[in-house]
Ligand binder design. Structure first.
Ligand code: NAG
Ligand code: NAG
Ligand code: NAG
Ligand code: NAG
Ligand code: NAG
Ligand code: NAG
Ligand code: NAG
Ligand code: NAG
Length: 664
């Protein structure tokens, strides 16, 4: 420990390695994580199956960080197929290199590791991460991201007595590989096998519907206290209604925006969406209470018997929960749900990190520069394959990520010609990007021509949800927009036969994924990218990371991964000396590249810090030295290995046989 402004802290939670270096003079703190992504065997619905876990946990560990912190996550891919983790809702200011989608990153081959490094600049709120390729999210691999307010910024509500993350999801016992094959063949996903809450099956609320012996989630609380529940729908394609028996849900946050605080007895949460609720334990505790997530807009008996059920257990509870589950909304149409969505408002007076387009919080007064009306349709046959489209284009991921093609000025990989409305031409497969105007203000209208709710997500940004209605959007629809307190978020639902309008200020340079969150729609091609280029060089983006993986046309630049981690049997890192060794390496590397990368943020003040801190966290002087002459960490090569061959069937979030990823 060093006196003054610096301290070093290392903690071990389960197998998560977290190392925090805080230095108020030198810049924003760093946290380091070491994650191994692997298959685990577990029985969420009673029968053994393979799921994707992180460091032996399913769901994965929670990233619990604070506004402006730098996050370094060394991800080891111990799956049998390529992997990318994406950070849903994290904006990665000027740094789409860390976004973890196929347009920005080459996949991490099986058996390799790759270190993400990003800053959660000016963000607060509740988000989650998940594996973005190959339908893997259907097998798990997700976990929560909490970005806390900095101490100097007060919460717009009293400090909750506890913070509880809840993942709700539809779940299939079929493997993600089996599911994606079905989807490729044009088969409907069908009715899920269950609804999970935090990776666990339902409490046995009904002896006939739920078999014995299924592990369920119990949330332990104390009477009179208020907890923040962060609820994420991490499922494949089912909209879920979330509710807690006899308790109000006081909505306070949506994906990074504090909302006007309103009570709801239940909330429809669509695929990929996140909400925070404050829940006060104001009941008598005559029994435990049900926490329920149930499918929406379906009323056939094979659906209504599917309920995700957990238990809210007061410390003074008199007995188990019993009797019927609390009722879902009494409306199978989408009318109630749309009205509920419209009732969510941004708290425009909450002082917090929030979008501030063109220096004005009044987004309704900014002139729109680009308008895109984006229509989605159900899957259709294109060139003999089942594909989904946006404006008649089914996204075809090139073997070289867009961002790398842009960096190396490789022509012909993509076109900046995504149409701003449906064109009168047959649907096609293509790599068409939206050409965003840097610092422009874009209006996007999603028009859902499918028969189910779809949600759309934009990476790199929070957008304002300004309108939603049934029917076909017209210019006159703008008259109904909320120009004052529409909520800013990163995933919006679009009801079938309806439209949703969003406004987004394109102030974050990079190439950003716009996608359906519904995995089946996404997998079959419902995505696009928005390219936002800052013409001023001195304001340019964060440079390509030194550890960038190369593939496609650039695969010859890829060196073999010299330092491979021995994954076999490494679901637990029990040997603490090994762990410390990892930590050192990571700390050193993290600091050597971060010092260079974030030059402008570091102030190289010589410090009184002791040299011994080198073993844990580099001093500014040392960072400074490394700035001049990068430290080479000796890499030990076990055996010369051939780079893995990545075949077309394993490396995209899209069906194979599009001749992808043959160029590794
Ligand atoms: C997150 O970390 C803070 C300390 O930085 C701690 O107070 C809080 O309880 C943590 N939250 C969770 C959910 O672990
Ligand atoms: C892989 O992990 C090792 C430490 O285990 C680290 O030194 C190396 O930088 C990582 N590789 C990449 C590409 O991030
Ligand atoms: C909005 O935020 C302010 C400031 O933090 C808070 O005092 C107020 O209660 C919030 N208003 C509503 C309606 O939630
Ligand atoms: C929400 O409901 C709780 C009771 O559960 C009540 O105490 C509180 O005043 C309500 N808040 C608002 C903003 O309606
Ligand atoms: C169930 O759904 C069908 C078709 O969507 C509808 O015709 C029927 O009225 C619904 N039943 C109830 C009870 O809402
Ligand atoms: C993309 O937009 C920029 C202005 O933001 C323009 O200069 C450029 O020519 C456009 N590119 C194409 C291919 O349309
Ligand atoms: C989709 O578009 C067709 C043709 O315009 C229209 O007839 C149909 O009602 C639309 N369906 C939905 C769900 O919007
Ligand atoms: C990798 O680890 C396993 C299990 O700990 C061990 O049996 C094996 O010998 C190791 N392989 C190498 C190359 O170190």
């Amino acid at each position: 420990m060093v006196s003054g402004s610096s301290y070093f802290q290392a903690s071990f939670f389960f197998f998560v390695l977290g190392c925090l270096v805080s230095d108020s003079l030198a810049g924003d703190p760093y946290v380091f994580y070491d994650w191994t992504v692997s298959y685990l065997t577990t029985s969420p619905l009673g029968d053994k199956q393979q799921v994707i876990g992180i460091n032996g946990q399913f769901p994965g560990p929670i990233l619990n960080i604070t506004t402006n912190w730098n996050v370094v996550v060394n991800v080891k891919n111990d799956l049998d197929e390529p992997l990318l983790l994406t950070w849903n809702g994290i904006q990665h200011r000027k740094n789409s290199w860390q976004d973890g989608v196929l347009g920005t990153n080459c996949p991490i081959p099986a058996g390799w590791n790759w270190t993400y490094e990003f800053q959660v600049k000016d963000q607060i709120g509740s988000f989650f991460y998940f594996p973005s390729l190959n339908f893997q999210r259907a097998a798990g691999g997700y976990g929560g991201i909490i970005i806390n307010n900095r101490d100097v910024i007060p919460l717009p509500f009293g400090m909750p007595d506890g913070d509880i993350t809840i993942f709700i999801s539809d779940w299939y016992t079929k493997s993600h590989k089996g599911l994606r094959k079905d989807v490729e063949k044009g088969a409907d996903l069908g009715v899920p096998d269950g609804i999970l809450i935090n990776g666990l099956g339902p409490y046995r609320y009904d002896q006939a519907l739920v078999k014995d012996g299924i592990a369920y989630q119990i949330i332990n609380v104390d009477p009179g206290k208020t907890y923040r529940f962060r609820v994420h729908n991490v499922g494949i394609s089912t909209s879920l209604n979330f509710r807690i028996q006899n308790h109000n849900l006081l909505l306070v946050e949506t994906e990074g925006s504090y909302t006007v605080q309103q009570n709801y007895s239940n909330m429809d949460i669509h695929v990929g969406q996140s909400y925070s609720f404050l829940v006060t334990m104001d009941q008598s505790a005559s029994s435990d209470y049900y926490i329920v997530a149930s499918p929406r807009f379906v009323n056939s008996s094979d659906w209504t018997k599917l309920n995700g059920v957990s238990i809210l257990h007061y410390s003074n509870s008199q007995g188990p929960a019993s009797g019927p589950l609390p009722d879902p909304p009494n409306d199978y149409s989408t009318v109630f749900s749309m009205n509920q969505a419209r009732s969510i408002r941004w708290n425009v007076s909450a002082g917090a990190a929030r979008p501030n387009p063109q220096g004005s919080f009044k987004y309704g007064e900014i002139t729109v520069t680009d308008v895109y009306v984006i229509l989605n349709r159900p899957a259709e046959l294109i060139d003999g394959k089942h594909r989904t489209t946006l404006n008649g284009i089914s996204y075809l991921p090139p073997s070289t990520p867009l961002k790398l093609a842009q960096q190396f000025k490789i022509p012909g990989v993509y076109k900046l010609d995504f149409p701003n409305k449906l064109m009168n031409r047959p649907p096609k497969l293509d790599t068409s990007l939206i050409n965003g105007t840097f610092k422009g203000f874009m209006e996007i209208i999603f028009q859902n021509n499918d028969t189910t709710v779809q949600s759309y997500h934009l990476d790199g940004y929070a957008f304002f949800v300004v309108g939603m209605d049934f029917g076909v959007w017209t210019e006159n629809s703008r008259g109904t927009y909320n120009k004052w307190d529409g909520v800013a978020r990163s995933t919006t639902q679009v009801f079938p036969g309806a439209w949703t309008a969003i406004l987004v200020s394109l102030d974050n340079a990079g190439i950003w994924n716009l996608r359906a969150q519904n995995l089946d729609s996404w997998y079959l091609g419902q995505e696009a990218y928005v390219s936002v280029v800052n013409p001023e060089v001195d304001q340019s983006e964060v440079p390509i990371p030194e550890n960038s993986i190369y593939c496609g046309i650039l695969s010859s630049l890829q060196k073999d991964q010299a330092q491979r981690v021995n994954f076999s049997g490494t679901t637990s890192i029990s040997d603490s000396s090994k762990t410390v060794f990892f930590m050192l390496i990571i700390a050193l590397i993290g600091h050597s590249f971060s010092a260079r990368k974030h030059k402008q943020r570091w102030k190289y003040k010589p410090k009184r810090g002791k040299e011994t801190r080198m073993t844990s966290a580099a001093t500014d002087e040392q960072k400074n030295k490394r700035e001049a002459k990068p430290v080479k960490v000796p890499l030990t090569r076990n055996k010369p290995r051939k780079s893995p061959t990545v075949s077309g069937s394993c490396c995209s979030n899209h069906p194979p046989n599009l001749d992808l990823w043959s160029g590794f």
